[in-house]
Design a protein around this ligand. Structure first.
Ligand SMILES: C[C@@]1(CC(=O)O)C2=NC(=C\c3[nH]c(c(CCC(=O)O)c3CC(=O)O)Cc3[nH]c(c(CC(=O)O)c3CCC(=O)O)/C=C3\N/C(=C\2)[C@@H](CCC(=O)O)[C@]3(C)CC(=O)O)/[C@H]1CCC(=O)O
Ligand SMILES: NC(=O)c1ccc[n+]([C@@H]2O[C@H](COP(=O)([O-])OP(=O)(O)OC[C@H]3O[C@@H](n4cnc5c(N)ncnc54)[C@H](O)[C@@H]3O)[C@@H](O)[C@H]2O)c1
Length: 194
């Protein structure tokens, strides 16, 4: 079983082996979050030309490339090579995601963001298509308005945490404000700023 955790990738070194369609999608997501991406592959999908801030190495996989990375993504179209990459990473204590396997050390959930709200869904590799469908359903319910909502709740929470009251009272207030309408949250945030 997997434990869902959030990974801060900004300025972290992440290695991708293979440069096809799947590798491109993962590289794009990591670059968006300002991770340092290095890609090793003998051939690069033309989409990679759009990604300016990545380092390309035109070569086949070799274990020597792993060192110095916090995460390796094995994204070749050869499951046996990807498996070897996963084994090498285990020896080097580096986390590894294998795109052709449902049992690698790291799997990417399907996800979306509404500002600081992140929603992520995984099926433990059983059905990525179902993860995608559920995420699309959640997108309808948790619409763009949640971006402001989370922002306002964060602002109000900072004020509440600075109040001189018991931990229980604080928890009650914080649990109560999540039920409020946006208009009430805006008023509260404004009032507290003064
Ligand atoms: C989140 C996302 C990646 C992202 O973020 O890029 C993701 N898969 C996505 C889409 C997708 N992948 C596939 C389809 C075709 C339909 C289908 O097969 O269902 C679609 C749907 C589509 O493309 O529309 C095929 C596929 N995927 C894996 C295998 C290998 C295997 O099963 O052995 C094969 C078979 C290849 C073959 O047939 O040969 C494996 C994995 N894919 C995972 C994640 C991990 C488990 C996630 C979970 O627990 O649910 C895991 C285990 C490893 C990993 O990659 O981390 C992205 C969401 C897109 C979105 O949200 O827009
Ligand atoms: N996890 C997912 O989300 C997901 C989704 C769809 C498909 N897949 C699976 O992922 C695999 C990759 O799919 P794709 O569409 O990106 O394939 P692709 O053929 O577009 O790309 C494969 C890449 O791997 C490179 N490569 C091959 N041998 C290599 C080696 N020894 N060292 C380094 N690079 C090497 C190739 O040059 C190419 O750039 C497929 O097996 C596919 O079934 C996974």
């Amino acid at each position: 079983m997997y434990l869902p955790i959030m990974l801060e990738v900004e300025n972290k070194n992440i290695l991708i082996i293979g440069a096809g369609t799947v590798a491109y999608k993962k590289a794009q997501k990591i670059v968006e979050q300002k991770g340092n991406v290095k890609v090793v592959s003998p051939r690069f999908n033309p989409d990679f030309d759009e990604l300016k801030n990545i380092k390309r190495i035109k070569d086949v996989y070799d274990k020597k490339y792993i060192k110095g990375h916090i995460l390796v993504i094995a994204a070749t179209d050869h499951p046996s090579i990807n498996k070897k990459i996963n084994e090498d990473c285990r020896e080097e204590n580096v986390l590894c995601n294998v795109v052709t396997d449902t049992h690698s050390d790291v799997i990417f959930p399907s996800h979306f963001n509404r500002g600081d709200l992140t929603m992520a869904v995984s099926t433990n590799g059983k059905s990525p298509a179902l993860s995608k469908k559920i995420i699309n359903d959640l997108k309808q319910h948790y619409d763009e308005s949640y971006e402001e909502r989370v922002q306002l709740l964060g602002e109000i929470r900072d004020i509440v945490l600075s109040l001189d009251c018991s931990q229980e009272e604080r928890r009650d207030i914080l649990n109560h404000i999540v039920e409020l309408e946006a208009i009430e949250l805006r008023k509260l945030a404004k009032k507290e700023m003064k």
